[in-house]
Design a protein around this ligand. Sequence first.
Ligand SMILES: Nc1ncnc2c1ncn2[C@@H]1O[C@H](COP(=O)(O)OP(=O)(O)O)[C@@H](O)[C@H]1O
Ligand SMILES: [Mg+2]
Length: 253
Amino acid sequence: MKILICGKGGCGKSSVTALLAGELEKRGYKVIVVDNDESNFGLHSQLGMGLPKDFALHFGGKRMVAEKLLASKKGGRFSVFREGLRASDIPKDYMSKKGGISLLAIGKIRDFGEGCACPFNALSADFLRMLTLSKDEFALVDTDAGIEHFGRGVEAGCDLLLMVIDPSRESIRLAEKVNKIAENVSKPLYYVLNKTDEETARVLLDSVDQSKVISVIPADKKVFRNCLVGEALDFELKGIRELADFLESWENE
Ligand SMILES: Nc1ncnc2c1ncn2[C@@H]1O[C@H](COP(=O)(O)OP(=O)(O)O)[C@@H](O)[C@H]1O
Ligand SMILES: [Mg+2]
């Protein structure tokens, strides 16, 4: 099952991704985490891993990714991967690994004036569309802030969209937008409320489509502290267990 994790900047996408990866691993799944955020460098630390080499380098870097994708166009579709691509086909040099969790980073913007991240999103869209998973594998795709990646089709290869909502007006507004996008692209959408307390959870539940809320994660000192000092989020949280329960039952439906 491939899950796209989205939401506004700082709402907790990467934290939820790392905690969920750990929870699914504990339940015996193999997890491939796809870092689709070209600007931020936090996810590998949250997973307790080193930063992997950009996958885009495997194709010769960002510009070559665009050229190779265009050159590969066949019958209206383009792909630099073969049908039935498996996670195990990815060269080991481009993966960080810890136990049953692997991390693949599509590409990072490192220099001022380097240009846009469109080729990274196109590569990511192609990769996720072609990636074939078995029953015991999950792919978690951690995205950049906002909705730019939707316009590039990154969601097309995913089975389910998970939006992380923090207690802010921007998140509530964005939830409506993402809801419309999900309808347009015919993908199931669910919400995770994050960084809440009793009062803010109530306000959020009154402000978004409650039937889509599958987990509520309180503001947690340990999450905040570990992110601050760059330590792994390798502990359990009730809200994350509930999230994993939901995904497991959804997968088995
Ligand atoms: N449940 C939580 N409780 C406390 N702090 C959190 C929680 N989730 C995320 N954070 C904090 O919010 C900040 C942004 O989190 P991050 O996961 O990097 O967000 P995003 O990937 O959406 O930009 C970090 O400092 C992180 O520690
Ligand atoms: Mg992030």
